[in-house]
Design a protein around this ligand. Structure first.
Ligand SMILES: [Zn+2]
Length: 570
């Protein structure tokens, strides 16, 4: 048994995420966590909301709520949606927690004592009307390059030129529109990542089998241009982890908070501490996952994220942990995802284009989304969501292949033999052949799950369902029954055992259907089939079962057209 720590990238607090966000970290990490638990490993699966920063403050102001209250409310919204998608986090924390404040301040102090933090004076734009410093992207004005009147302080979207706020002509606050701006001198802390470049580079080189998508992004940041740059880790904001605290190895940082990108990944650790607190456990319980001097040396740590998060997870967060000089557990494998597009374009919150997580659950059961998203996960390149493809995945894979098999077998058995596993007849070549086919597919399925190639794993799982259908089609118990009821009984007995097996194997991807299948089959457990022959005899003669209600309802063409129109946006 291994100990596996799994973290999903933290969803930002300011709004409900779309399906692309879901498939970029939370959903695949859940399938992996479920699989690893089924294989008997000890799993700690952690996620949380990322709550600090300017967008949270602005979203709270827009909702006319204090930011702490806004975040608490949105955490509950995101938690309920995560539950709706059956995301099986051991703990879903909050980066605004007391634990994250403690651990973030602790790590910052350790970095300060190690000489890895530098105070830098810089010029920043202060808005009198807003009563706050403005982050670069919240300053707008005329682009000095192309004349666009809506250039932002970090970039002009019209001509793509990178800008500094002081480059803008007639700058104004993007929040209030005020032009009453002043450039002020302010002090910030920088993490001296540049001095850790060789250490980080060597650490990346030691990682075996990481996806090219992950290492190429890290290498680019390490080596392009002047190489890895120091990073500002503080901001002039109210909402965040205070920079000035008892024992801080710097002074004069009153009123500043750590930059959200500094404290957010630390929340992976803090949320595990929150888990311990919530479950009446001591610090030793969470430290055994995170401190290599306290048991984490035998932990295998896997992170899931969209590709935009890779630089922070391959460089900044490891720099924080390594630089502290303390024995923190570093990630062993980073699984990163490309983008999911919507009908050939981008998801857009403002245009109402694409499907958001709350809407998805209102339209269809979570299993439908889980199956389509994971069997089309953007693992090696971007994927495109289309309603036609979604309809195909639900109707063909789930309804026609798996659902139909379960329905035909259980209904036929009920009508001819009753709702118990029938006796009579013997297994022969057909059963041996399909068992061999499934054994081969199962090995491949397991290999892909271990490698976190989930899309490939779904191909094998589907092939395992198909093998049962083909077996049933060939054995044709409905026609054999008339001359040889015992032979038909043997076929049905084997097929009922296949259904139970499908219930077990499908659990990482479609947990609700899986639970219904197992309950209908009266399965005492959902143990992984380490011995396939044993697993295919788990339902003995005489065992009662029930015919389940329709497992998957098909999506009609009319409904599909309706949904296409509903989510087209514009
Ligand atoms: Zn421009």
């Amino acid at each position: 048994m291994a100990r596996i720590l799994i973290t999903s990238a933290l969803p930002y607090i300011n709004g409900i995420k779309h399906l692309g966000n879901l498939v970029g970290s939370q959903l695949p990490s859940d399938a992996y966590a479920r699989y690893m638990r089924l294989r008997g490993h000890e799993v700690m699966f952690i996620c949380a909301t990322d709550e600090h920063g300017t967008p949270a403050e602005l979203a709270a102001a827009k909702a006319d709520k204090p930011v702490a209250e806004f975040c608490a409310d949105m955490w509950q919204v995101q938690k309920d949606i995560a539950d709706g998608f059956r995301l099986s986090f051991d703990y879903f924390g909050r980066s605004s927690s007391e634990r994250n404040r403690e651990i973030t301040q602790h790590l910052a102090a350790a970095l300060g004592h190690a000489g890895l933090i530098e105070e830098v004076s810089e010029k920043q734009v202060y808005s009198h009307a807003d009563g706050r410093y403005l982050p670069d992207r919240y300053i707008e004005g005329t682009c000095p390059n192309c004349g666009s009147e809506n250039a932002r302080g970090d970039q002009c979207e019209n001509c793509t030129k990178q800008l500094d706020p002081t480059d803008l002509i007639n700058p104004r606050s993007a929040i209030s529109g005020s032009t009453d701006l002043e450039i002020r001198e302010t002090k910030h802390l920088y993490l001296k990542q540049s001095v850790m470049r060789d250490q980080l580079d060597a650490w990346i080189d030691r990682q075996v089998g990481w996806p090219v998508l992950t290492t190429s992004i890290a290498k680019k940041w390490l080596h392009d241009g002047d190489g890895l740059r120091d990073r500002g880790i503080t901001r002039d904001l109210d909402w965040g982890v205070p920079v000035q605290f008892d024992g801080a190895p710097w002074s004069g940082m009153e009123g500043k908070v750590f930059y959200v990108w500094f404290d957010a990944p630390i929340e992976y650790i803090s949320a595990t501490a929150e888990w311990a607190d919530a479950n009446g456990q001591t610090d030793a319980a969470w430290e055994s996952w995170w401190r290599t001097d306290k048991g984490a040396d035998n932990v295998h740590y896997v992170q899931f994220m969209g590709k935009d998060n890779v630089p922070f997870h391959t460089l900044s967060f490891p720099a924080t942990l390594m630089g502290s000089g303390e024995p923190w557990k570093l990630v062993d494998f980073i699984k990163s995802y490309n983008w999911l597009t919507y009908e050939g374009g981008k998801f857009s919150t403002s245009a109402g284009r694409g499907i958001f997580m709350n809407q998805a659950l209102e339209i269809m059961p979570s299993d439908y989304w889980r199956w389509w998203l994971l069997s089309n996960a953007p693992e090696s390149s971007d994927s495109d969501f289309t309603w036609e493809s979604f309809q195909g995945g639900v109707n063909k894979d789930l309804a026609d292949v798996l659902g139909n098999f379960v329905s035909r077998v259980t209904k036929f058995c009920r009508s001819k033999f009753g709702e118990i596993v029938p006796e009579g007849g013997k297994y022969g070549e057909a059963e041996t052949a399909v068992t061999a086919e499934i054994a081969k597919r199962l090995t491949a399925y397991q290999t892909h799950m271990e490698a976190i190639e989930l899309r490939k794993a779904t191909v094998e799982l589907r092939a395992i369902w198909v093998a049962g259908n083909e077996y049933l089609q060939t054995a044709a118990p409905w026609s054999v029954y008339k001359q040889d009821p015992e032979a038909a009984a043997a076929t049905i007995r084997f097929a009922l055992n296949l259904i139970r097996l499908y219930g077990v194997l499908s659990a990482p991807f479609i947990p609700d259907a899986s639970a219904r299948i197992l309950a209908a089959m009266g399965a005492a457990d959902a143990a992984w089939p380490d011995d396939l022959d044993v697993a295919l005899n788990a339902m003995p003669v005489g065992q009662a079962f029930e015919v389940p209600e329709v497992l998957f309802a098909k999506i009609s063409d009319e409904r599909r057209v309706e949904l296409e129109a509903q989510f087209a946006g514009g």
